[in-house]
Design a protein around this ligand. Structure first.
Ligand code: NOJ
Length: 910
């Protein structure tokens, strides 16, 4: 076996010797054949001002039934006195009122080549990335009269769009309400490396192209890449007019607003295992979502580049425009442009295509306690009972790698876990759950790998034989979950493993896939998958196919129960079935700080169920860092503490008294806010609203917020948070938008006026968090050991009025566990406060559900700048009027036990 640097680092790691990830494990753009070629081409073509792509006007067809425009783009090559023309078929569609989709492919006459390799360009991304239920609504497209044609351009309109295809230098110009919003191939960087053989290669390039590494790879760890199909990259540039702020393309350990990459390497999307990853960098990470959002006042644009191969993106901010240059190693050009008035609507539109983020188990919104590893049943049950002893709520306990029998997934280490069912039912007694790690690398020579080999559903090497590589168990094979038969087999394994207990869930780790002796920590690009597609073409989708297969296994077994699956690797569409996290971070302030823009970034690209390991995976956090990390972490949609095998134990009950009490207080705050959080999850599920929500998403017209990524909102709930992410901090600056803001804990007014950056006090026990005037949030205040035990607990309503004495809120409730909400078994309540009258109005109710009868125990109204409230108020409920006392406190008025159930319509007059 070849011993690569990555293998060595990993092995040292498994012996407890943690070394930092080495950048030189990964290619720089200049070392990646296609990235270098395309960057160079872009530079040269801008200098030469040539254009080698034009529209074949004679080929254009306008399919009026489908409202699709199709035809050919001609690539011309002038080399060695020859003039070669390569026709590339394209389609262009307008749909849903806000989207334009363009696809460009290549005709390759034969399908299968040597050793079962598929010669076609991979064009099945949408099969994985799109919501299976998504049906585009075709728009009526009108060719612009009087000239359907003119000599150069072909223009047509649909609703608010005007799209022009210009023919000589191929470009697509998109106008929205007659204003230019986006130009495709504006800088002539379109490059489509058509199929050619080594022998004919040199006759087949234009003068701006550089033949660097077209048929070989000179990077040390991937020299053995056979590159059987030669160069086949695709690249294109997009100019965003009037936009100088771009966001998205998760996952990167970088600021929320993307950086200009003119003088650095492009952002790269390539799913790799980057333990202890580098911060403030454009390096690739575990997941890839090729979706960028451009924001300006009153208009936002989304661009979804639907290509799962290794992809690099250059960003350039101009004077008032910005350009993005997308370069993918193989596959087709397939992109969707979305134009909307606000960034939130762009994200919503994107999740309409790729699928709504799943509505999670309510319990999974609670606290997750994980470490590598809890060693045996006794250890598990001790952690469980100590959490209770110290009155720290939690919902999920996790078992990492070591619970298995010799790293053979779907088995339990027999001495340590002699009776998993017994252990699971003890956890279930208090409504708790267990997650076990199951990775897609399967140790050689045991019944699971043997079954995979017998069914021929393994990932194959370039010779069409089973691929063997190194991972945790030593020599392993990888299941090829692109293959429907593999998913079926996986289902069998999963279902046998989870059998009856309903509180056992699965974590798919290392599914980039991570391969210790593979190039760039992952799979050789010439491996083969289902239907003969190369790893090269489908790489960034593999993780999704694995967690999707896991999710389907659960649903297949228990169709009405929501599964919980955590995946490390993801692609567009992963949000439908899995949560994720930011991987192997480090217990230091810089990682805490960067976790916020990283999670925000995941949220705007439709993958909201994300968190960072609290309080850093590698290393031992001191008490101050631990406290600050929990204060920030309670706002991550996925709230999990996790630690490397080599770290000291740090479960909250082990901390010294002061640290434990502050950490406990904040975990409890998360639980108090579960009704509000779950409503935010529902908004994300129904409309794609980010759960950890960037300032610029709520205030797209306020330029001050374009760069702010260290404070955020919780969904649309009006809670504004600025976590402390630096040591020895007593106070921090926060930028308040205009309005009234009340301290979340004591409701004191913290800000009243126009937009302003203020310094607020933030001693160690204090988390700067506020409720914006105009919102009503809901809480459940009683401490319970788990979310299940809070099920019937009463609600507290907290009203934060504007200066005009108005506020609104919404509460979403369902059983938190099943898919019954899809049949309407849910409760939706609108809450309103208007000039001293409070209204509770049921928007939707299923009369048979238990949660309708839960009472409201308290209504708290913050003192607003202009408000006066009397000593008593009047409740109107079922035509009966009752007087109730109002208690006046320092910063609020409180109504206790008004005798209202959450599923009723009511009114209180103050
Ligand atoms: C890598 C994961 O990122 C980490 O969270 C996990 O603890 C280890 N694999 C061991 O399974």
């Amino acid at each position: 076996m070849k011993l690569s640097l990555s293998t060595l680092l990993r092995w040292l790691l498994s012996f407890g010797i943690a070394l930092a990830f080495q950048d030189d494990l990964l290619k720089k753009c200049s070392q990646s054949g296609f990235c270098h070629r395309n960057r160079q081409y872009a530079k040269n073509i801008q200098e030469s001002r040539n254009s080698h792509y034009s529209l074949d006007q004679g080929s254009l067809e306008f399919d009026t039934n489908n409202h699709t425009i199709q035809g050919f783009i001609i690539k011309s090559i002038k080399a060695n006195q020859k003039d070669i023309k390569i026709p590339l078929p394209f389609t262009l569609d307008l749909f849903d009122g806000d989207k334009v989709r363009f696809r460009l492919d290549e005709h390759r006459s034969i399908k299968l080549g040597k050793a079962g390799i598929n010669l076609q360009r991979y064009n099945e991304t949408e099969h994985w990335a799109f919501d299976p239920d998504y049906i585009p609504i075709r728009q009526e497209v009108i060719a612009k009269s009087p000239t359907f044609w003119n000599k150069k351009d072909f223009t047509f309109t649909a609703d608010r769009f005007t799209v022009t295809l210009s023919s000589q230098d191929f470009q697509i110009n998109v106008k929205y309400d007659s204003a230019d919003v986006l130009t495709v191939n504006s800088d002539n960087m379109l490059n489509f490396e058509h199929y050619r053989t080594l022998e004919e290669n040199f006759e087949n390039i234009n003068e701006e192209e550089e033949p660097f590494n077209m048929f070989k790879d000179s990077f040390a760890d991937s020299k053995s890449d056979s590159i059987p199909l030669g160069p086949e990259s695709v690249a294109l540039d997009f100019k965003f007019h009037g936009i100088s702020n771009l966001y998205g393309i998760a996952e990167h350990a970088d600021s929320l607003r993307l950086r200009d990459t003119s003088n650095i390497d492009p952002y790269r999307l390539y799913n790799v295992d980057v333990f202890q990853y580098k911060l403030n960098s454009t390096l690739p990470m575990y997941g890839s979502i090729p979706f960028v959002v451009g924001i300006k006042e009153s208009l936002s644009i989304g661009l979804f580049w639907m290509n799962p191969s290794d992809t690099w993106i250059d960003i350039q901010y101009g004077h008032s425009d910005s350009s993005t240059h997308w370069m993918s190693e193989s596959g087709i050009i397939d992109f969707i442009v979305i134009v909307q008035e606000t960034p939130k609507l762009v994200t919503e539109s994107y999740v309409n295509i790729t699928g709504k983020p799943m509505l999670p188990l309510l319990s999974s919104v609670g606290y997750h306690q994980c470490r590598w590893n809890y060693n045996d049943e006794k250890d598990v049950l001790t952690v469980d009972s100590l959490m209770d002893k110290w009155q720290i709520p939690y919902d999920f306990l996790w078992l990492d790698l070591e619970y298995t029998d010799q790293k053979q997934y779907f088995t339990w280490k027999p001495d340590a876990f002699p009776n998993p069912t017994r252990m699971l039912s003890k956890l279930a007694f208090l409504g708790r759950n267990l997650v076990t790690l199951i990775d897609p690398h399967i140790k050689s020579n045991y019944h699971i790998s043997e079954a995979i080999i017998a069914a021929k559903v393994y990932v194959r090497n370039a010779l069409n034989k089973p691929f063997f590589g190194q991972c945790w168990p030593g020599e392993s094979i990888w299941i090829d979950t692109f293959n429907p038969l593999a998913s079926k087999l996986w289902s069998k394994f999963v279902q046998t493993f989870i059998s009856t207990p309903s509180n056992l869930y699965i974590w798919n780790d290392m599914n980039e896939p991570s391969i210790f002796d593979g190039p760039e920590t992952t799979a050789p690009k010439d491996l083969l998958h289902y239907n003969g597609f190369e790893e090269r073409s489908v790489h960034n989708l593999y993780g999704l196919t694995v967690h999707q297969a896991t999710y389907d296994s659960f649903v297949d077994m228990n169709p009405n129960k929501r599964p919980f699956v955590l995946t490390r690797s993801f692609f567009s569409g992963s949000q439908r079935t899995a949560a994720t996290w930011t991987g192997d971070n480090v217990a230091n302030w810089e990682y805490l700080q960067l976790s916020i823009p990283m999670v925000l970034s995941h949220n705007i690209v439709g993958m909201p169920a994300t968190g960072a390991d609290i309080a850093g995976f590698f290393g031992n956090p001191d008490d101050e860092l631990l406290i600050r990390w929990y204060q920030a972490g309670i706002w991550y949609p996925f709230f999990r503490a996790h630690a490397h095998i080599d770290t000291r134990r740090r479960e909250p009950f082990l901390l010294n008294e002061r640290t434990r009490s502050v950490v406990t207080e904040f975990i409890r705050l998360r639980y108090q806010l579960l009704p509000t959080l779950y409503t935010a999850f529902h908004d994300s599920h129904s409309r794609g609203i980010p759960i950890m929500n960037p300032m610029i998403y709520e205030h797209p017209n306020v330029a001050n917020f374009y760069d702010i990524d260290d404070q955020f909102y919780l969904g649309e709930q009006g809670i504004l948070v600025k976590p402390v992410t630096s040591a020895n901090t007593k106070s921090i600056p926060i930028t308040f938008p205009s309005g009234v803001f009340y301290d979340l804990q004591n409701l004191e007014i913290a800000h009243f006026g126009t937009l302003e950056t203020k310094t607020v006090s933030a001693p160690l026990e204090k988390l700067p968090a506020y409720i914006a005037g105009g919102h009503i949030i809901t809480r459940k205040d009683q401490y319970r050991r788990s979310s299940r035990l809070m099920q019937n607990d009463p609600y507290t309503l907290v009203i934060a009025p504007t200066a005009y004495g108005t506020a609104k809120g919404r509460l979403y409730v369902d059983d938190g566990e099943t898919f019954a909400y899809k049949q309407g078994k849910l409760l939706e309540v609108e809450l309103e406060y208007n000039k001293n009258v409070i209204y509770g109005t049921v928007l939707h109710k299923d009369t048979s559900s238990f949660f309708n009868d839960i009472s409201i125990e308290k209504i708290v109204i913050a003192h607003h700048p202009d408000g006066k409230v009397a000593e008593t108020c009047t409740l109107e409920l079922d035509d009966i009027r009752t007087n109730i006392e109002v208690i006046h406190e320092d910063h609020s008025h409180v109504i206790k036990n008004p005798g209202i159930q959450i599923g009723q319509d009511w009114k209180i007059i103050l």
